[in-house]
Design a binder for this molecule. Structure first.
Ligand code: 5GP
Ligand code: ZN
Length: 112
C-alpha cells in the first residue's frame, strides 16, 4: 500500500500519535500550520470525503467528536478549527481522507 497515512496507521512510518481507537487515529501534522495541528484519520482507507458512503456517516461523526475532544484536552476552549480538504483544488495533497484540527492562534476568515 503506497498511502502514507495507511503506513502511519500501521506504524510502518513514524509519527506522533496522540489518540487511537478501533476506528480512527490522530497524529501531529509533520508541517504544522498552528501551535496545535493534528490530523484525525479513519483507519480504513477512504481516499476523500466524496468517497465516503452512507454506512460511513457514523464514522464521520465519530471522527469529528474525537477531534473536538482532543481540542478541549489541548486547552483550546477559546476556539479551534476543523478543516477537510476534498480534492486537489481545495488543497488536498494526501488522498486518505483526514480532518485537520488547528488551534492555538487566532484564525483568519475566510480560509485562503
Ligand atoms: P491535505 O493537504 O491533504 O489536506 O493535508 C495533508 C497534510 O498531511 C499536510 O498538512 C501535511 O503536512 C501532512 N503530512 C504529509 N505527509 C505527512 C507525514 O508523513 N507525516 C505527517 N505526520 N504528516 C504528513
Ligand atoms: Zn490510506
Amino acid at each position: 500500500m503506497e498511502c502514507i497515512f495507511c503506513k502511519i496507521i500501521n506504524k510502518e512510518v513514524e509519527s506522533k500519535i496522540v489518540y487511537e481507537d478501533e476506528k480512527c487515529v490522530a497524529f501531529e501534522d509533520i508541517n504544522p500550520q498552528a501551535p496545535c495541528h493534528i490530523l484525525v484519520v479513519p483507519k480504513r482507507h477512504i481516499p476523500a470525503l466524496r468517497d465516503a458512503e452512507e454506512d460511513d456517516k457514523e464514522l464521520l461523526g465519530h471522527i469529528l467528536k474525537v477531534a473536538s475532544k482532543i481540542a478541549l484536552e489541548r486547552g483550546l476552549e477559546k476556539g479551534y478549527r476543523i478543516v477537510l480538504n476534498d480534492g486537489g483544488e481545495a488543497g488536498q495533497a494526501v488522498f486518505h481522507m483526514h480532518f485537520h484540527l488547528l488551534g492555538g492562534r487566532i484564525m483568519k476568515w475566510p480560509p485562503g
